[in-house]
Design a protein around this ligand. Structure first.
Ligand SMILES: *[C@@H]1O[C@H](CO)[C@@H](O)[C@H](O)[C@H]1NC(C)=O
Ligand SMILES: *[C@@H]1O[C@H](CO)[C@@H](O)[C@H](O)[C@H]1NC(C)=O
Ligand SMILES: *[C@@H]1O[C@H](CO)[C@@H](O)[C@H](O)[C@H]1NC(C)=O
Ligand SMILES: *[C@@H]1O[C@H](CO)[C@@H](O)[C@H](O)[C@H]1NC(C)=O
Length: 429
């Protein structure tokens, strides 16, 4: 039973990410902003309010830029956000647009220094002739202020568009992946990165495949995976060689020849790849399905879930309106037993891997009324339509849920529906 505990209106949301304990939730948007939400602390007289997320900090992470050499506009849209584990009082996160990754420090301030010698209280320099005594500055309490400061800017290393960033489990390095290359960075060094994957052919006319997503293994700092537009996944081991052009494992499901069509290649492109928390499985999302792969079995996934198989007959119109190129993400719940991913008409899907039950839910204004419980939705294909079913032909393809996040240890989910962010949580009795 999921109930809405928050709905936030924003610019078009382009990424959502909980921090490692789930107390903070960051969103990035089309306008280059990052908004961080903090979970309300539990209080005795307001038990029902537990779980609400309130705005904690908002800052402009990226600005629109112009690449004069290539005569190209660089959008400010935030493609991905990744949190670093907390090490001191401040929080750190990485945010990226198409070209530049930034490391942000978010810290609280509730004291302000007062009594400078060379400046007055407004910060203006004082005339030295008027300074006759020496004062000792003191810290005075003030209203809590949350400041975001850019600590590092990792620029000029990507010719193509960055689709993924992933923090390594050594917490000293991270990688950034674009269409043809993956780079490895040290958090301390901004003027140099190591190219660890390069699939750019010498002759660009021979290009048949691009990198669509990449992620580090959650526990083994030498291992990472990347997915491709051909529906394949490569597992690489950085210990094997500096340039991981030769993979260690190659995951691919042979195509069913009876299903071959003009759209086969497009719909098999992988839009997201995620390691399970345990590190044993990888999950991939393609246009119509979510697949779970066992790291020890490369020739086929161990589980395949149909997200919206009723669209199989609609591929032609989805190609014409470009929806077929939508990049849906997928997430695990904290114990890797449930999978969530988005669909159209503001629907999102959950698949329980143990019970094999699945459900379609809707993130809508109606469902966000206080304590309203999310009702399962059903799409009907042809034939007679029952009362609360919706027919395939009346689905709204402009309402798509591409980005979702699952709290690392509780049943709390964040669902981005265009410019609304919904937070749903398991109903407490
Ligand atoms: C997540 O954010 C909360 C702040 O509300 C903080 O207490 C916690 O340490 C953070 N967790 C990690 C692992 O960074
Ligand atoms: C990066 O900057 C450091 C410090 O400024 C410098 O020592 C180093 O040579 C630079 N590396 C490259 C590759 O430019
Ligand atoms: C082939 O298509 C059918 C539905 O038309 C689907 O159920 C099946 O999963 C498809 N096979 C593969 C390998 O995608
Ligand atoms: C994952 O989902 C299952 C089924 O809803 C639930 O029992 C379990 O507590 C969830 N795990 C976490 C860590 O949220």
């Amino acid at each position: 039973c999921l109930t809405c505990v928050g709905k936030i209106l924003a610019d078009i949301i382009s990424t959502v990410e909980f921090n490692h304990t789930g107390e903070l939730l960051a969103t990035g948007d089309k306008g280059g902003r990052v908004v961080i939400f903090q979970r309300e602390q539990e209080s005795k007289n307001q038990v029902h309010r537990r779980g609400e997320y309130n705005v904690y900090s908002t800052f402009q992470s990226h600005e629109p830029e112009f690449d004069y050499l290539k005569s190209l506009e660089i959008e400010e849209k935030i493609n991905k956000i990744r949190w670093l584990p907390q090490q001191n009082a401040a929080y750190f996160l990485l945010s990226t647009n198409d070209k530049t990754v930034k490391l942000w420090k978010v810290s609280e301030r509730d004291k302000r220094p007062e009594g400078y010698n060379l400046k007055d209280e407004e910060g203006r320099l004082r005339d030295p002739a008027t300074i006759t005594t020496l004062r000792v500055p003191v810290l005075r309490p003030m209203d809590l202020m949350v400041e975001a400061t850019p600590r590092r800017v990792f620029a000029n290393a990507h010719t193509y568009h960055i689709n993924s960033i992933s923090v390594n489990s050594d917490y000293e390095t991270y990688m950034s992946a674009d269409d043809l290359r993956i780079n490895l960075w040290n958090f301390e060094i901004t003027n140099q990165s190591f190219n660890i994957v390069d699939i750019k052919p010498t002759n660009m006319e021979e290009l048949t495949e691009v990198i669509t997503a990449a992620e580090f293994h959650p526990h083994h700092c030498n291992t990472f995976v990347y997915s491709s537009s051909k529906g394949t996944i490569r597992l690489c081991d950085m210990r094997a060689s500096a340039l991981c052009d030769r993979h260690t494992k190659f995951f691919e499901e042979p195509e069913d020849p009876s299903n071959r069509s003009f759209f086969s290649e497009i719909i098999s492109s992988i839009s997201d790849v995620k390691f399970s928390h345990s590190g044993r499985y990888i999950m991939t999302r393609d246009y119509l399905t979510v697949k779970v792969w066992d790291l020890n079995m490369e020739n086929r996934p161990i589980e395949t879930y149909q997200v919206h198989d009723y669209l199989r007959s609609k591929l032609c119109s989805l190609y014409e309106n470009d929806c077929i190129f939508d990049k849906f993400e997928c997430v695990w719940n904290g114990s890797d037993s449930v999978i969530m991913t988005g669909s159209y008409n503001n629907f999102f899907r959950m698949f329980d891997r143990n019970t094999k039950r699945d459900v379609t839910l809707e993130a809508s204004r109606e469902n966000s009324k206080p304590r309203a419980i999310l009702k399962p939705r059903k799409v009907c294909v042809g034939g007679k339509r029952r009362k609360d079913e919706i027919s395939v032909d009346s689905l709204d393809f402009s309402k798509k849920i591409l980005h979702t996040a699952w709290h690392p240890s509780e049943n709390i989910i964040a669902v981005a529906a265009t410019n609304n962010l919904y937070i749903f949580q398991d109903k407490v009795n």
